[in-house]
Design a protein around this ligand. Structure first.
Ligand SMILES: [Ca+2]
Ligand SMILES: [Ca+2]
Length: 250
């Protein structure tokens, strides 16, 4: 960063007019270790050319106003940090569970979680998130402001129902305090609101049906001798519940 400007106002003297201003820049309030104090005349704007301001360092501008009588008073800015580098990208998960989801049943819920964005120079200011049918797009949900929490969600109304079978991607943009941003996109999710299909309805005949079920990878795996017609293997919870109901004669 080579150029930085400063502007000031509000200096007044009830007894005589301000004759000139003195300006200096430093890395602490009132310091001049970056730009030695110089006279700007009556100008209340100044641009520092060809000064190598370092990233991530807070610079303070001190302005001193002097009147005709040679009396001066000073004021120092609260500082400015230069940051030209975007935040480090993070990773975005579809859905608000602890793990990224690939499928979602609801057509009116949009949500995501993210982590890993950071900016060591100026820090993060806020996030924005959007949803599209291609990575980085926003044709499903336009950009929404998100505070410095690593989760965002909203409920759509019935007229905005999410499409079935189209992969959708969530993009999160992290802004640093200098307004420089970086984006990361999820690997996508698909709406699947249909129940699993039962290819062959299991039948339990008294004395012949045996069912054993166990949990495998969040889906339930049932296996057994069904109605004397051979072994069947069924996946997914809905089938599992139906099978158990049948097995218990409910
Ligand atoms: Ca930065
Ligand atoms: Ca996903």
């Amino acid at each position: 960063m080579e150029d930085m400007g400063a502007h000031w106002e509000g200096f007044s003297d009830p007894h005589s007019t301000v004759s000139h201003f003195l300006v200096k820049v430093g890395t602490c309030p009132g310091c001049e270790d970056t730009v030695a104090e110089f006279d700007t005349g009556a100008s209340t704007d100044v641009v520092f050319h060809h000064i190598m301001f370092a990233e991530g360092v807070r610079y303070y501008v001190t302005v001193t106003a002097c009147n005709m009588a040679g009396l001066c008073s000073s004021a120092t800015s609260d500082g400015v940090i230069l940051d030209e580098s975007p935040p480090v990208p993070g990773s975005v998960m579809d859905g608000t569970q602890d793990r990224d989801s690939q499928y979602q049943a609801s057509r009116t819920f949009l949500g995501c979680k993210w982590h890993g964005f950071q900016d060591t120079e100026s820090g993060l200011d806020h996030y924005e998130w959007q949803v599209g049918t291609t990575p980085g797009d926003n044709d499903i949900l336009s950009s929404q402001h998100a505070a410095l929490k690593e989760v965002a969600f909203l409920t759509l109304n019935e007229s905005q129902m999410l499409p079935i079978g189209n992969k959708m991607y969530i993009t999160v943009t992290a802004f640093n305090r200098a307004g420089v941003f970086t984006t990361s996109t999820s690997n996508g999710f698909i709406i699947d609101n249909s129940a699993p299909e039962v290819v062959k309805t299991p039948a339990i005949v008294e004395g012949q049906g045996v069912l054993g079920c166990h949990d495998a990878d969040q889906s339930v795996h049932c296996e057994g001798q069904l109605g004397g017609e051979g072994r069947g293997v069924f996946h997914r919870e809905a089938v599992h519940l139906n099978l158990l109901s049948s097995a218990r004669g409910v």
